[in-house]
Design a binder for this molecule. Structure first.
Ligand code: MLT
Length: 215
């Protein structure tokens, strides 16, 4: 059994994080959510690359698995502790609310990779108003029984890997169908890559996010 312990978090906003102010007021802010073993610094370069000028709010997962930060506990690879996932998705939604007030931000676009994409998908389904949209990179179905969320019109870009050893193609398709069935406007792209982040993710996410800029 792996050791999974909590890490110290921000006393006011709830999660350890990094905030980079935006320079382009037409860009929605990004909420960056790292993969297992990452931290709040990991995805800042990705955020800068895919949405130049956007404010970046980058959180660190509050669970440690053998020293590696994650956003929720798992029982085994791809087998989630759903009670913990529900609790942590609620905490993430509360963090976003508190950070929006503290930094004066509109609702962010969540950009999650792997474990970060999975907590983003769970938060979309449990707390639908939290994000203005989401880029889910190598996400999988977070719940055995997905909650009946209203995601009407919520833009979601899902980037899956054709040779991803962690997320089976059918699982990624099922998540895309679940989100679509709840009204989200889902673009699901299967890239010729594995589980890791790739240039192809940047090439797909950049124009998609540019399309969400306000006039
Ligand atoms: C998860 O636990 O969220 C997924 O298995 C992805 C990972 O972190 O490896």
């Amino acid at each position: 059994m792996t050791s999974q312990t909590p890490v110290p978090t921000h006393p006011v906003l709830g999660l350890t994080h990094r905030f980079v102010p935006g320079t382009d007021p037409h860009r929605p802010p990004l909420l960056l959510l790292h993969g297992t073993g990452g931290d709040e610094n990991d995805l800042v370069p990705l955020g800068r690359a895919i949405a130049p000028g956007a404010a970046l709010l980058s959180a660190r997962g509050a669970v440690l698995e053998n020293g590696m930060p994650r956003f929720f506990r798992r029982l085994a690879e791809g087998v989630f502790d759903e009670a913990d996932l529900r609790r942590r998705a609620g905490e993430l939604a509360d963090f976003v609310t508190a950070a929006r007030t503290a930094y004066g931000l509109p609702a962010p676009i969540a950009v999650g990779f792997s474990n970060g994409a999975n907590i983003a998908a769970a938060t979309l389904l449990l707390h639908p108003g939290t994000f203005a949209g989401a880029v889910l990179i190598r996400a999988m179905v977070p719940f055995a029984d997905s909650p009946p969320a209203d995601l009407a019109g919520c833009p979601v870009l899902m980037l899956s890997g054709a040779s991803d050893p962690i997320v089976p193609a059918g699982n990624a398709r099922a998540l895309a169908q679940t989100l679509t069935g709840r009204g989200a406007s889902v673009d699901h792209v299967v890239l010729p890559v594995g589980h890791g982040l790739s240039q192809a993710d940047i090439d797909r996410a950049t124009p998609w996010l540019a399309g969400l800029r306000s006039a």
